[in-house]
Design a protein around this ligand. Sequence first.
Ligand code: NAI
Ligand code: OAA
Length: 312
Amino acid sequence: MGNKRKKISVIGSGFTGTTTALMLAQKELGDIVLVDIPNMENPTKGKALDMLEASPVQGFDANIIGTSNYEDTRDSDLVIITAGIARKPGMSRDDLVNTNAKIMKSVTQEIVKYSKDTIIIVLTNPVDAMTYTVFNESGFPKERVIGQSGVLDTARFRTFVAKELNLSVKDITGFVLGGHGDDMVPLIRYSYAGGIPLEKLIPKDRLDEIVQRTRTGGGEIVNLLGNGSAYYAPAASLTVMAEAILKDQRRVLPSIAYLEGEYGYNDIYLGVPTILGGNGIEQIIELDLTEDEKAALDKSANSVKHVLEVLQ
Ligand SMILES: NC(=O)C1=CN([C@@H]2O[C@H](COP(=O)(O)OP(=O)(O)OC[C@H]3O[C@@H](n4cnc5c(N)ncnc54)[C@H](O)[C@@H]3O)[C@@H](O)[C@H]2O)C=CC1
Ligand SMILES: O=C([O-])CC(=O)C(=O)O
């Protein structure tokens, strides 16, 4: 019989949703169902058709449809949630919480109606809290509700380090723990260029500047765009997580995961190193942290808790 094509639903046909849909299709990870609200149905159909018409040129086989009807998402292997509002200059991600929590609840109810066994990746901000909301609303086991932040934050860090050292991005690895906010915790101790610790290659003051630029990397793009937030690197990040899951690759990637005692936290979604595979989060990897690292992570976890309290 061979392998059946996978079905991936992307909720939200805005900047991140459409860019993700195209990247997933270009990598032939499955057929794509792009979903938005009824008011956006025609533009969503139009974007899907436009992408489909790129497929003969680029030579990828993937069906792509646009819809506002969740029946079309039935039996999805993976659902990616990008629905909701994005921030504008002067706003923090947390300012989006009330509007986007309502959207997460309604969207999750619809997803679960048609795909009880699916895996959900959440992008919508404030993403740690929104992943928690989707987890609660879905009733899914924790390993099947995952948030995206660390792949993107690490990608930004790797970009800045590669530029600093004038080296290939391929040889740079990074490591970011914590919530997807300005107090995220990039761990230099676990970051390398071709296996060489970065601390041996870049002076401390420059490394500190790179860490700070990584922390505010989302805001840097928001300020440049003026009317929305990043979408190319976020879409690439979602695509690598989707690939790890759909191909059961068991990749070591950072994810926003539900913690039950790991790193000393309970009943919270937070960015940690994980193994991503066919079952979603197959494992959370726990590492010993120095006192300073733990204090920084506590600060980041507290920010996420404050946002969650707003939602109680
Ligand atoms: N976690 C992360 O690393 C990142 C998170 N984000 C977040 O992703 C979200 C989306 O960003 P963009 O795509 O740039 O925004 P966008 O405004 O371009 O697109 C959002 C889309 O969601 C749709 N939508 C709203 N309510 C909906 C509902 N109930 N059902 C279905 N669709 C609905 C809108 O009609 C719109 O088409 C934002 O919250 C943003 O902050 C963006 C980049 C990175
Ligand atoms: O900054 C934002 O609002 C969007 C986002 O999460 C990012 O690009 O990291």
